[in-house]
Design a protein around this ligand. Structure first.
Ligand SMILES: O=c1[nH]c(=O)c2[nH]c(=O)[nH]c2[nH]1
Length: 301
């Protein structure tokens, strides 16, 4: 029986970079969390401690800051620059994965006027980009996490089988709430990434709102389908959507009724756990499979 080294990668995780553009007195900033990982022939480092192939994680971190000094651009473009640089640095490095999280900031308004250099964090969501360079090929997976959405009606859940443990009541009118994680794979690297991101985000939101939901699974599929219908440069969309349950609170002990059957106030209990976790991929049937683009990105089926 022999023992050998299997798949491996290494890099610097979570390099926090804030780049402020002070070109004019109206500043702007990008706020990133960048993780790099290199793939290639690093066997000797693992088996005998020979570091002659190891481009240090410290150098990877320094590269992120140095490249940011030239201007960041979109998270996808920044990831592409870094991943291509790392993958081309030495001939034993065959590929690189660069994951970028981007935190939005919006200007604070003072007396109705947007301030030049004061900002507040925009929402709770995070924009993501994962660039994987493998030899000559580059894959870009864009996305977002923690896009929290809720609709107060337009959601049903019924028609499910009832085994001996099924107690859930069927409903024709419930709250539907989730925190969307969505990631989509582009088929090209030559794109206006910011415009595409904004467009996909809008499509996801509009479709969530406009779909009369019979299940969160149906909403997920509709959202992915709409993205693929509207963006021809996207091959697949993967989504993970926790079902943030809102249960009707039983107020009968206080002599109060509490139903969504008519107009008036309804009181729910927002339950944080456990939660249903609905995950799925929506893809073109002729999509080129590119599993390597997803390697190292957890949280999807
Ligand atoms: O949209 C839903 N999908 C389910 O699979 C499910 N299961 C459940 O208990 N409630 C819901 N809601």
């Amino acid at each position: 029986m022999g023992i050998m080294l299997g798949p491996n990668q290494y890099g610097k995780a979570e390099v926090r970079v804030v780049a402020v553009d002070r070109t004019s007195s109206r500043h702007s900033l990008v706020d990133l969390n960048v993780s790099s990982a290199l793939r290639g022939d690093f066997a000797a480092a693992h088996t005998v401690g020979d570091n002659s192939h190891v481009l240090t994680t410290d150098a990877q971190k320094n590269t992120v800051f140095a490249f940011a000094r030239d201007g960041v651009g979109s998270p996808e473009a920044f990831g592409l620059r870094l991943a291509r640089h790392f993958a081309g640095a030495y001939d034993w490095i065959t590929g690189a994965r660069v994951a970028v999280e981007s935190y939005g900031w919006e200007r604070i308004s003072v007396g109705g006027v947007e301030h030049d250099h004061s900002f507040r964090r925009a929402g709770g969501e995070t924009r993501t980009a994962v660039v994987t360079v493998d030899g000559d090929r580059a894959h870009v997976v864009a996305g977002l996490t923690d896009l929290v959405v809720l609709k107060t009606t337009g959601s049903e859940f019924r028609g499910f089988p009832r085994d001996r443990y099924t107690t859930l009541a069927e409903t024709r009118d419930r709250i539907l709430a989730t925190a969307v994680t969505a990631r989509w794979r582009y088929t090209t690297t030559d794109l206006d990434f910011d415009a595409c991101f904004a467009g996909v985000r809008t499509t996801l939101l509009e479709t969530f709102a406009a779909t009369h939901s019979l299940a969160l699974q149906q909403s997920l599929y509709a959202m992915g389908e709409a993205v693929l219908e509207q963006f021809s440069d996207i091959a697949e969309v993967r989504m993970s959507m926790p079902n943030r349950h809102h249960f009707l609170q039983d107020l009968s002990a206080y002599g109060l009724d509490n139903t969504p059957d008519g107009p008036g106030l309804v009181v729910y209990h927002a339950d944080d756990r456990p939660y249903g976790l609905i995950e799925g991929t929506v893809l073109r049937d002729d999509a080129d499979p590119a599993e390597i683009a997803w390697q190292g990105t957890p949280g999807f089926c």
